[in-house]
Structure formats: C-alpha cells, structure tokens
Write a protein that binds this ligand. Structure first.
Ligand code: 6R9
Length: 576
C-alpha cells in the first residue's frame, strides 16, 4: 500500500534480522534467562529488581532517575530493593493480604514506584489512578475493585468518595501534617524509612495477579484489566527486541503509571533488562522535553504521537539548539503515527520514529517497528517474536492481504490479561473466535506483512493521547442535565492541532426544552464542570431520535459515518 520505505536505522540492534529471530524464538528460552523453566511460582520483583541488586557489578547501577523541579533523585538497584522492601514491610504491617487491592492515587512521585514494587513483593494487587481522576471516576473504580487501602496525597484526598469507602481500611497519605485526621488516615511520609530493609518475597502463582488497570469501554462501566506475574516474560522480551534495551541503557518512558504503558515500560520492563529508567515529574513543555533528552543523555525514548504533535507546534527551530547525540532509538505508542509526524521526527530529531501497537488487555507490545527493520511510514510494523497476529473477517476467518478486518492475536502468550475484574462475561467476549484474542481494532496487512491501523470497531475516544475514555463517561454526565432525554457521544477523529479527539454529542431533548444556542452553551459549560480537564466536547447537535440496534444499543458508528460523510461504516477493501 505504502511505497515509501526508510532503511533500518540499526541492523545490529538486539533483534537482528527479523525473520530469523522470529523463527528462533521460544518462550521456553525466555524462561531460561530467568531460571524459571517450569516454575509454578514466581515473583516479578525477584527477576526485575532483586536479581540486579544481588549482583556485585550491577547493584550500584541506577535503576531509577526521578527528576522534578530540577532536582534528580537516583535509586540504584540496591537502593530500590531496600526501599521497596521497606514499603512491603509497611503494607504488611497494616495487614494487607495477597490478592487485596491498593489504589495508588498520586501525581508522579517516587512513592508511586516504591509502593508498586512493595505490593508486587507481597502479592497485593496495585492499581494506579490518574491524579486528574474526578470524584465520579474514583467512585466507580472504588466500588468495583473494593480496595483495602488507598495511597494518596492530602491534596487529592477530597476526590475520594466518602460514600463508597466501605472496603477501605486505610488511607495512606504521603505528606503531612494532618490536623484532624480520621482514624483510618495514616501519614506514611517518613514511615517506610523506619521499616526493616529486607523482605523475603513469597513466590506467587505464575498467573497470580500483579496489577489492575482501568480502561474504559464504549459501553457500560470501565473495565478493570488484571495482569499476572508471568507477564514478566513478555515484558522482558519486548523491551529487549522492540525498545532495544540492554543492561545499563538509559530509557525514558514518558507515560504515567496509570496508563498501562507507564506500568509496563515505565516500571518493570526496563528493570527486567537491567536498564536505567528516567522519570520526569514536571509538566510538559517542549523546551523541558528537549532539555531532558540532552541533560540525561537519553538513549531510548518511548513517547506518543501526541507528544510529537506538541513538539511540531513549537516549531523546527527549537530542537536544533539541543544535543541528542546519545539518543539512538525512538518509539511511539497509543495512536496512529501518521507519516507527517514520522518525517518531522526524521528531520528534527535525526531519527526514525518506531510505531508500536498494543493495548491494556495484551499487556505487552504486539506489533512493532524495530531498529533493525525497514520502516514503511504509516505502518505499525510486524508482530513481535513469540506472537502471531492475523486479520480476521466478520466470520472470524483470515482476511486476504490489503483487506480491512479485526486484528487478532493467537492464544496465548505471557502478557495477555488473566481476568476482567468481576466480569467473566465481558472477558469471554474477547475470545469469541476459538484460538484467538480479538482486539477490537480494525487493521489491514500488506503483502510484506506490515500492519496498518484503521480505527476501532467500537467507539472509544482518546483524550490528550494518554487516556482512553468511552462515550459512556461523557454521556452519563449529560444524562444528569435536566434538559437531556437521550445522548450519544462520538469521536470525530484526532484534531491535528491539539492531538485530542474532537468530540461531538448528539442530544434528544426532554419535551419541555427546545434547541437553542444558549442551551448548547449551557450544556457545554455543564460538561466542563463535571468532566476531567482533558475532555472537551466542542460540538453539540440536537436531534429527534438516536439510531439504535433492535436490542436498544446506540449505533454510534452510524452517527459518526453520517457526521464524517462516510458510507455506513462497513469494513472497506482499501485496494478498491
Ligand atoms: C498501549 C495502549 C489501546 C488502544 C488500541 C488502539 C490504540 C494503541 C496504537 C493505537 C494506532 C498505534 N492504539 N497503539 N492505534 N496506532 N500504534 O495504548 O493501551 O490505552 O489500552 O489503548 O489504543 O485502538 O486498541 P490502551
């Protein structure tokens, strides 16, 4: 489909020749790397942090560099082991049991990382929440996962829904003082430092839960996706082959740990490779970003098309003022990396941007462009070693090349989610076609095996390129407005300026209201007041009836097709 081709940036990268490495790859060999062949019980922390902390030539290597406000805090592997053991001891002392949940509701700070590792040591399931989450979003998630404890900052504590906290025995607060603290509120500011620095990790069942991550579906409530300790195999392999990490590589993953990219490639994956992870806790600005790349000598940078778009907005003069000579590999995830952005990167950063595709459910990168493989700008690359992908038609049969169908991944692999929290029925939906995991993404594959993204089968809305929301999150707010009888929200695609989806709401009014500009403005103000900052509904249309299926489900696809002047939204054969 795409004729343009850009030569591989580094034939000597870890992956080497794609076809050959793929053929020689086996998960059994991956297990041998960690000495966990046939082990029924494992612990991801033993393999990622403690392994290096126990080696004399690796223990003083930086595992984590945390920068904020110009100050850099460095955690060697040894220090990371010690402080995360202290956290494990603290959580254990407060009675947290394996399988219970700890919600981590914090802005970027070192405590987030220490608490995550502490939980993983114990078998306590951690769940990171965006610090911009609203009261309503927190309420839904707390009611669903019933956490035993929440770790947060006093400034965020007011977002905790008092009525939904029955399960929560402790609210751990990272900063004090806490005048008038409730009996279940515990200041943990200096506590971990007083705990013993050793902790004997229990070995946990391979499929024992490690973390829970909420991602929003297009219908119903958000899905709580559960991942297991055995994901370490997929995390390690993809970090080595896709991000090209080796011991000591300096990786910067921008993503917040509340996004799966942050949890996987911004926590465990680099440590499984013995690499150094940089976390930048300051708000985004183009000059700060360039400065960060230069100052730390970042070697591998895992970013998003949204970030690149922000850089594009700031112009081509800026990057020329910085030195990126240490940078050797740039990869992106989360949204389509359109060719314009790819070429901007090539011109201004001097590197090919390597698009990667995966989702919270898959747990690890599934499709990727590799430093040792030619890039076709606009393509998401090819399946990672150890994974087999396919394009399936509506009957679940493999579609011919260049035909759009649903992306499916052959079962199963270490990385695939092990459950949907409390929702077996929805979990089974992913496995409707025997032998395959269905992604819900529409793709096509060219005759050389490169994949191209075409959109979602359902109607998720990407906000700010980081967070994915379902129309439901906006619709349920609309339903709270007295004028609204029915509502359906669609994404009209990314706005090339802001990177955000342009969101439109279709509304059927209650009989006593009539359409007017003033009402439209009022509803938009109502949405602004009740939704997270990143969600902007710019367009409202009053209609008489919302199209639905016979069983009553809203056909957003039809609304979108009409809005964008597309034919009914059926899969297209792009060769035609
Ligand atoms: C890691 C992550 C998953 C959804 C996924 C797809 C979209 C991810 C993409 C991409 C086009 C890419 N997506 N990578 N679309 N090109 N390279 O993003 O997880 O937040 O669960 O989102 O994001 O639609 O289904 P998650």
């Amino acid at each position: 489909m795409i004729k343009a081709r850009v030569s591989a940036e580094n034939p000597d990268a870890n992956l080497g020749p794609y076809d050959q490495t793929r053929k020689g790859f086996s998960w059994a060999e991956e297990e041998k790397r960690y000495g966990i062949e046939h082990a029924a019980r494992i612990n991801i922390v033993t393999e990622s942090v403690d392994r290096w902390a126990g080696e004399s030539d690796a223990r003083d290597r930086a595992a984590l560099l945390f920068e904020q406000g110009g100050e850099v805090r460095t955690y060697s592997y040894r220090k990371l082991r010690q402080e995360s053991c202290q956290w494990a001891n603290l959580l254990h002392d407060y009675g947290l049991q394996p399988g219970e949940r700890l919600f981590i509701f914090l802005p970027q700070c070192p405590e987030t990382y220490l608490a995550m590792i502490g939980c993983a040591r114990l078998g306590v399931i951690f769940c990171n929440l965006f610090s911009t989450s609203t009261y309503g979003e927190m309420e839904v998630r707390i009611r669903d996962a019933r956490p035993a404890a929440i770790l947060t900052h006093p400034d965020l504590a007011e977002q905790l829904p008092a009525d939904a906290m029955e399960s929560v025995r402790w609210v751990f607060l990272t900063r004090g003082p806490l005048p008038g603290a409730l009996p279940n509120e515990v200041l943990v500011e200096n506590r971990p430092g007083r705990m013993p620095p050793e902790f004997d990790n229990p070995l946990l069942p391979r499929r024992g839960p490690l973390y829970l991550n909420y991602t929003s579906g297009s219908t119903g409530t958000p899905k709580g996706i559960v991942h297991a300790h055995q994901d370490l195999l997929g995390m390690g392999a993809t970090a080595r082959y896709v991000l090209d990490l080796s011991p000591g590589t300096l990786l910067w993953t921008e993503a917040d740990p509340a996004w799966v990219t942050g949890t996987v490639y911004g926590v465990f994956a680099p440590w499984l490779c013995g690499a150094t992870l940089l976390v930048q806790g300051d708000p985004f600005s183009a000059s700060n970003l360039y400065r960060t790349l230069e100052k730390h000598g970042v070697e591998v940078w895992y970013t998003t098309p949204t970030t690149i778009r922000h850089l594009v907005e700031e112009g081509e003069d800026l990057p020329g003022r910085y030195d990126f000579s240490r940078l050797r590999h740039v990869a992106t995830v989360g949204e389509p990396l359109v060719p314009d952005l790819f070429y901007w990167g090539l011109r201004n950063l001097g590197h090919s941007l390597h698009d990667t595709w995966w989702m919270t459910e898959t747990g690890v990168i599934c499709l990727a462009n590799y430093p040792s493989m030619d890039i076709k700008p606009g393509a998401m690359g090819k399946p990672v070693p150890g994974l087999e992908a396919a394009v399936l038609d509506e009957e679940g049969e493999p579609a011919p090349p260049m035909t759009m169908g649903e992306l499916a991944i052959r079962l199963e692999w270490p990385g695939l989610m092990c459950a949907l929290w409390g929702d077996e029925e929805r979990y089974e939906q992913y496995f409707r076609v025997p032998g395959w995991f269905l992604t819900g993404d529409m793709v096509l594959r060219d005759d050389e095996g490169y994949y191209y993204h075409q959109g979602r089968t359902d109607d998720l809305i990407k906000v700010g390129g980081i967070k994915m929301i379902g129309p439901y999150e906006i619709e349920h707010v609309l339903y709270m407005h007295p004028a609204v009888a029915e509502a359906a929200v669609i994404s009209k695609g990314g706005d090339p300026g802001s990177g955000k989806s342009s969101v439109k709401a279709f509304i059927v009014l209650n009989p006593s209201f009539s359409p007017s500009n003033r009402l439209s403005q009022e509803i938009r103000a109502f949405l602004r007041a009740n939704l997270s900052r990143e969600i902007a509904v710019r367009d409202i249309s009053f209609i008489d009836q919302i199209p639905k299926t016979r069983s009553g489900k809203i056909l957003r696809r039809v609304l979108r097709a009409k809005e964008l002047g597309l034919p009914g939204g059926q899969p297209l054969n792009l060769q035609d």
